[in-house]
Write a protein that binds this ligand. Structure first.
Ligand code: ATP
Ligand code: MG
Length: 297
């Protein structure tokens, strides 16, 4: 691995992951000067630079040591791990990032009498993920022909080039539009922070550790809500029992109303309307749910 004193992160140049990845890095306190070719962005402040590339190239760039980290879909990372030469495939998921959620699924024409994966025996499957599909078929001892296509996989059955497909699905709308039916999920995917199994031992290692800590803070904050409410001491136990995520609430007295308290609780995750309504029924009033901007314990 080459030695460098600046950390280099690869992310998608333009696509579904670009905006949320950029937003995440900004929240981690990183900012970049955009260069004219927009491929390499020099980091201002912290010694962290950005490389903007096609998402498919990200695992390879990390494996070759060109970049130290990458923000990429688990689908792309897993495909690389299954198809790259073993000495290159030594990458790991350092963090899951909570955006770019989708699944890699088998889909078949609606009129096909699908009775489970065995139905695929002897058929052909079009996909951009031959590694993941091949692995899935092999585990089930199914012999099917895997046809690798770079894009427009969903029209292959209608064109007669394949009997079934395996592609990324989010809402399922594209499948329905192409008269396809989702049958099996091969992989649940989201964006991940990918890195080498062996982290760099020079200054980059320290920066990486710092970045991971900030990232954990950002992810925790993003999923936290501050719940404020008023209740009576008599209802306190019941109300506290219903707080989502089981937080330890802080209680404040209210001047002139000795039997009333103001409760403040940091909830891990969303607080739904249904949960609020149940807490209200248990005796709470004046409820407020607030997003958390920064947290430092
Ligand atoms: P590039 O030009 O960088 O190769 P791309 O066309 O391969 O772009 P996008 O369509 O931008 O990539 O998708 C990037 C990633 O977003 C996917 O690899 C996947 O992890 C995630 N993703 C989330 N939802 C979907 C979806 N409905 N279809 C495709 N990808 C999705
Ligand atoms: Mg791509």
């Amino acid at each position: 691995m080459s030695t460098r004193d600046r950390l280099r992160i690869a992310m998608q140049k333009s696509g579904r992951l670009t905006e949320p990845a950029q937003d995440l890095l900004t929240r981690c306190g990183l900012s970049f000067r955009q260069s004219r070719d927009k491929l390499f962005c020099f980091g201002e402040g912290e010694p962290v630079d950005l490389l903007l590339v096609r998402d498919d190239d990200i695992p390879g760039l990390i494996a070759q040591g060109v970049c130290d980290l990458g923000i990429v879909g688990r689908n792309v990372l897993s495909e690389f791990q299954l198809t790259a030469p073993p000495e290159q495939a030594e990458l790991s998921e350092l963090r899951t990032l909570g955006f770019g959620r989708c699944r890699l699924s088998i889909a078949v024409p609606q009129e096909l009498n699908y009775q489970g994966p065995e139905t695929l025996q002897g058929l052909s499957i079009a996909t951009s993920y031959p590694g993941l599909v091949g692995d899935w078929l092999q585990r089930r001892q199914i012999q099917a022909k895997v046809i690798t296509l770079a894009g427009s996989v969903e029209i292959a059955p209608r064109l007669g080039t394949a009997d079934a497909i395996c592609d990324l699905v989010q809402s399922g709308g594209t499948l329905v539009a192409n008269q396809l039916r989702e049958t099996d999920i091969l992989l649940e995917s989201e964006a991940v922070l990918a890195g080498p199994k062996q982290l760099p031992a020079d200054e980059r290692g320290d920066m990486l550790e710092l970045l991971l800590k900030r990232l954990d803070g950002v992810i925790q904050v993003r999923e936290s809500r501050l719940l404020l409410l008023q209740t009576s001491r008599q209802h306190l136990e019941q109300v506290t029992r219903l707080l989502p995520g089981g937080p330890q609430p802080i209680l404040l007295g209210i001047a002139g109303q000795p039997d009333q308290v103001l409760l403040q609780a940091l909830c891990a995750g969303e607080v739904t309307w249904r949960e609020l309504e149940d807490i209200k029924k248990a005796g709470a009033r004046e409820m407020l749910v607030l997003p958390v901007e920064k947290m430092l314990a």
